[in-house]
Design a binder for this molecule. Structure first.
Ligand SMILES: [Zn+2]
Length: 144
C-alpha cells in the first residue's frame, strides 16, 4: 500500500478485518456459483412430464436463474470492494464523501454509501421495485 498517500479513517487493523470478511464472502459465493452450474443443463432432457411439472420446472429454473444473477452481482460488488480497499477510497461515501462508520462497514463491508445517503437511495429504490413486483407476479402465477 505504498501508493496511498491519503489518510484513511479506518485503522490498519480495521481494514484487515474487513478485507478478510470480503475475501471469505468472495470464496463462498464463487464456490456456490461453480457448484450450481453443472446440473442446470440436465433438467432439459427430462421426458414424459405433464404440464404442471413443466410449469414448476420453469418457475424453479426462473428462480435459480434470478438467484445466480443476484449472486454474481454480489460477487461483482465484492470484487469492486476489494479494488477499493487497495486504494484509499474505501470507507468513504460515494455520494457525499463522508466517512462510513466502521460498525456499518463491519455489518456490510460492501457499503459504498453512508447510512444517510443509503436510506435516501433505498427509498427511491423501493418505489420502483414495488411497481415491478406486482407486474411479474400476475404473469407467473397463472398455473391452476
Ligand atoms: Zn453519504
Amino acid at each position: 500500500m505504498s501508493n496511498s498517500r491519503r489518510k484513511n479513517h479506518l485503522t490498519k487493523k480495521q481494514l484487515k478485518e474487513l478485507n478478510e470478511k470480503v475475501l471469505a464472502e468472495r470464496e463462498r459465493i464463487q464456490n456456490k456459483l461453480n457448484f450450481d452450474a453443472p446440473h442446470k443443463k440436465m433438467t432439459a432432457t427430462n421426458s414424459g412430464r405433464d404440464e404442471v411439472d413443466a410449469a414448476n420446472d420453469d418457475i424453479l429454473r426462473h428462480s435459480e436463474l434470478r438467484f445466480a444473477t443476484r449472486e454474481s452481482l454480489y460477487l461483482k460488488k465484492l470484487l469492486k470492494t476489494l479494488d477499493l480497499m487497495e486504494s484509499s477510497e474505501y470507507g468513504d461515501c460515494e455520494d457525499c464523501g463522508e466517512h462510513i462508520s466502521f460498525t456499518r462497514l463491519l455489518a456490510r463491508p460492501t457499503s459504498t454509501m453512508c447510512i444517510g445517503c443509503k436510506e435516501d437511495a433505498e427509498r427511491s429504490e423501493m418505489q420502483s421495485v414495488h411497481g415491478r413486483v406486482s407486474k411479474s407476479l400476475g404473469k407467473s402465477i397463472s398455473v391452476s
